[in-house]
Design a protein around this ligand. Structure first.
Ligand code: AMP
Length: 281
């Protein structure tokens, strides 16, 4: 299994590997890999002749310095997990300066308003950081297909918009959320939860499922009230937001129209911020 930390060496290797028939599948990650990440990689392996995955904790997408500092970095263990899937996966794990040339700042992006909702409103600058690093990685790897999890549904829609606005010849593939047996969405941040907190965190998905089961018979304000009340009786959580929004626009709705809706939630459990979402119809 090959691990590159210099972009030029990765690019040379990919140029040498490519044939007229080959396709490159790409899975960008920040490491601390779990089954969710591995499911994206497996999908890429199934659908491409070459699979590249990046492991890079991108400083410009963190609005909270403590979150960046505490983000788990486990490259050796990650490489071991990737190896269990396939020896042929190519890993790109650059240092910050390799990606930012000593100038660790974001470019400013307009994603037609997608960037202003939910995660964008609650994490200033987050999607400028995401756009900046994803564009840089796409320019280096030049994938045919790139795989993103619905766990970060807003990010998935933003990456689709980035590709559309820049006319990039890349197919963005959205992949379902991998969950623990308890229903908790897998996340690298779960490693910062105690065993008790992990059990408590199952309440997030349980509540989303209950909201889904009520969607056809309740109004959006009623559903929001239901979720607010549910979390009010669980003081271990602090809710950052709960919104119901159309999948395309992501603008929080109060009246149902004939479109696909999702519920989106961000909560703090202790000082760990967790997000999840569910399709409602
Ligand atoms: P991250 O390392 O958290 O930046 O995630 C890298 C990619 O894995 C992103 O496209 C995420 O949406 C995706 N991902 C993270 N957690 C999950 C999960 N539980 N299920 C599916 N995909 C996930």
């Amino acid at each position: 299994m090959l691990i590159f930390n210099k972009k030029a060496l990765l690019q040379n290797h990919l140029e040498a590997l490519k044939t007229a028939q080959s396709t490159i599948g790409f899975v960008p990650t920040m490491g601390a890999l779990h089954e969710g990440h591995l499911s994206l990689m497996q999908r890429s392996l199934n659908e491409n002749t070459i699979t590249v995955i990046s492991i890079f904790v991108n400083p410009t997408q963190f609005n909270n310095p403590e979150d960046l500092q505490k983000y788990p970095r486990t490259l050796e263990a990650d490489a071991g997990k990737i190896k269990t899937l396939s020896d042929s996966i190519i890993i790109f794990a650059p240092e910050v300066d390799e990606m930012y040339d000593g100038n660790t700042i974001s470019q400013h992006y307009n994603f037609d308003g997608l960037e202003n909702q939910m995660e964008g409103a609650h994490r200033p600058g987050h999607f400028d950081g995401v756009g900046t690093i994803v564009k840089k990685l796409f320019d280096i790897v030049k994938p045919n297909n790139a795989y993103f999890g619905e766990k970060d549904f807003q990010q998935l829609q933003i990456v689709k918009k980035l590709v559309e606005k820049n006319n990039l010849p890349i197919n963005i593939v959205g992949c379902p959320i991998s969950r623990e047996a308890s229903g908790l969405a897998m996340s690298s941040r779960n490693a910062r939860l105690s065993d008790t907190e992990k059990q408590e965190a199952a309440f997030i998905y349980k509540t989303l499922q209950e909201a889904k089961s009520k969607f056809s018979t309740s109004s959006i304000p009623q559903l929001k009230q239901f979720v607010e009340d549910a979390f009010a009786s669980h003081p271990e959580f602090t809710t950052d937001y709960f919104e119901i929004a159309p999948e395309e626009s992501l603008v929080p709705a109060s009246i149902k129209e004939n479109t696909k809706y999702r519920a989106f939630i961000a909560v703090f459990l202790g000082n760990v911020r967790l997000i999840d979402n569910i399709s409602l119809n």
